[in-house]
Write a protein of this length. Structure first.
Length: 319
């Protein structure tokens, strides 16, 4: 098979053993085909699949790609070392897809790298992160009931190039700086009440601006302690913490994405939440954390390999 990446098969096999298996890929104990035989490894003379699984059941004896049922299955012709480099450049160095494309062309001495597979691979990574966070949020509130903690809440309007506008509600726990970001249809009282009750248990303090949609927090039966400030007077108080999140989002968009398609904006928000959760980790810990997320999250929802990721929209901001 043609080897456009010029990878050495032996070196690639060693790389997979050291950096992929046991981190991004967890070896199954039982053969997924016959469901009885035990799984071992078998060397293969292929640059993109130099190691395979081997079933020890003599009635099966199937060779199975280690990419099966993993994120790497969607890029079967790209070496693991290349995909690992893409992940590292993206999550550690905060490169966007075009920057990654140029880096790969330089490092592998290639005239042109097709950027579509980079877009699709990173899009799948983002979808895995989004699925992981949704599962976490379904089990864990930002603040539990009667935790005696303070949460700041604010909303921001993002305007896309085509004129479409997206409201986002942000919440930050002032004790640990963990955040939640949600796209909402509007900022009415009903919407804001639903979001706050979903993420913040009653018996805690909530800081907001003086937007009327938060008035329910001050009612006697709300269950919350409400404090608010008037932004129009230049007073921000604790709400400056959530205002800082909007500034952080803008920086990420400008540095990593340049522009974002409106339909993928939700994935961007989840990625921003995830990046914030790993902000205090070193480079190796960042990779290990993402490997744990990728290897533990079901992949049934991922895009077909033919799908493409379009990023032709620009984003501006109204707050």
């Amino acid at each position: 098979m043609n080897n456009p990446w010029n990878v050495d098969i032996t070196a690639e096999r060693e790389f997979i053993t050291k950096n992929i298996i046991g981190t991004f890929i967890q070896k199954p104990e039982i053969c997924p085909i016959c469901e009885t035989g035990k799984i071992g490894f078998k060397n293969n003379n292929s640059f993109n699949n130099p190691i395979q699984y081997k079933c020890n059941n003599y009635k099966c004896c199937r060779n199975i790609s280690i990419r099966k049922d993993t994120i790497f299955e969607y890029n079967p012709r790209t070496p693991f070392s290349v995909l690992f480099k893409i992940i590292n450049l993206w999550i550690v160095d905060s490169f966007n897809a075009l920057q990654i494309k140029k880096k790969l062309e330089e490092d592998y001495n290639l005239e042109k790298v097709d950027s579509r597979f980079i877009y699709n691979f990173l899009f799948n990574c983002r979808r895995i992160i989004a699925s992981y966070l949704r599962n976490v949020y379904a089990l864990e509130r930002l603040v539990n009931t009667n935790a005696n903690q303070v949460v700041c809440v604010d909303e921001s309007l993002f305007t896309h190039q085509d004129g479409q506008q997206t409201w986002v509600v942000g919440l930050i726990n002032t004790s640990n700086n963990n955040i939640r970001l949600e796209i909402v249809p509007d900022r009415t009282e009903l919407t804001l009440k639903t979001i706050i009750e979903r993420h913040v248990g009653k018996g805690n303090a909530v800081f907001t601006d003086n937007w009327a949609g938060y008035n329910f927090l001050g009612r006697e039966n709300s269950g919350y302690i409400h404090n608010f400030v008037n932004h129009s007077n230049g007073v921000f108080g604790l709400t400056s913490k959530i205002e800082g999140i909007w500034s952080e989002l803008k920086t990420i968009i400008k540095k990593i994405y340049i522009c974002i398609h409106g339909i993928n904006f939700g994935l961007f928000l989840h990625e921003a939440e995830y990046r914030r959760s790993i902000r205090n980790l070193n480079n190796r810990e960042n990779l290990n954390a993402l490997a744990s997320v990728i290897s533990s999250t079901p992949l049934e929802f991922l895009l077909d390999e033919k799908d493409q990721y379009d990023i032709n929209y620009d984003v501006s901001y109204d707050e």
